[in-house]
Design a protein around this ligand. Structure first.
Ligand code: ZN
Length: 214
């Protein structure tokens, strides 16, 4: 599916209402500070940050960080506020295999994978499919843990859509496990977060898992 959907969500819906607080609060991204830290890191590994090949590196890393950690500057749940109403529709919706990349907060190394989100709307309260992908990307663009990423997406769905149930499954490969440490390339970590009807109703959960190909 197309994650880079350019359709704008409602400007008014971006504002945080009273009582709506994000899980964590972050400071602004400080490019100068990142550049200084990268220069220091290069010195730390015994490199010469002034050799031609590395001269532009602090600036490049800082600009990459603005993108990779851009999700710290937003409430990714806001994308889900773009909603439609299909009265009476309480049929299961599955968005499978949303690709994402995130950074493990323990090693600052990438983990890359796919997220699948399944929900049962309450009385036809649905959101755009690409909005769910944007929400995943927003939470992924933070220093993360796969477990927390999974819960944050599920909780944002609950908060913004009040659905009858939500099931989020994330599968990813962690480079902190493949290029260092145990060096287990190909090892996949799978996490799930279950809310509402999927928690109580085994039949509904089974149907969701079947649609997710699990
Ligand atoms: Zn790690």
């Amino acid at each position: 599916m197309d994650v880079r959907d350019d359709e704008d969500y409602d400007e008014a819906s971006q504002t945080e209402g009273p009582g709506r607080v994000s899980e964590l609060s972050y400071g602004a991204i400080d490019k100068t500070r990142i550049e200084a830290a990268v220069r220091e890191l290069l010195l730390g590994i015994g490199e010469d940050p002034d050799r031609p090949g590395l001269l532009g590196t602090p600036d490049r890393v800082a600009r990459a960080c603005e993108e990779i950690f851009g999700g710290t500057q937003e409430d990714p749940g806001r994308y889900l506020r773009k909603q439609f109403h299909e009265p009476g529709n309480e049929e299961m919706v599955v968005v499978r295999d949303i690709p994402f990349s995130s950074m493990c907060e323990h090693h600052l190394l990438p983990f890359i994978g796919k997220a699948s989100v399944c929900y049962v709307p309450r009385d036809g309260r649905i959101t755009g499919l690409s909005k769910i992908a944007r929400c995943v990307t927003g939470y992924a663009h933070r220093p993360q843990l796969q477990e927390r990423l999974t819960s944050q997406v599920a909780d944002a769905m609950v908060r913004e859509l009040d659905p009858l149930g939500v099931l989020v499954v994330i599968q990813a490969e962690h480079t902190c496990m493949t290029i260092r440490g145990v060096r287990a390339p190909g090892a996949q970590t799978v996490t799930s977060a279950v809310r509402g009807i999927f928690k109580r109703d085994i039949k509904t959960r089974g149907e969701a898992l079947r649609l997710l190909g699990l």
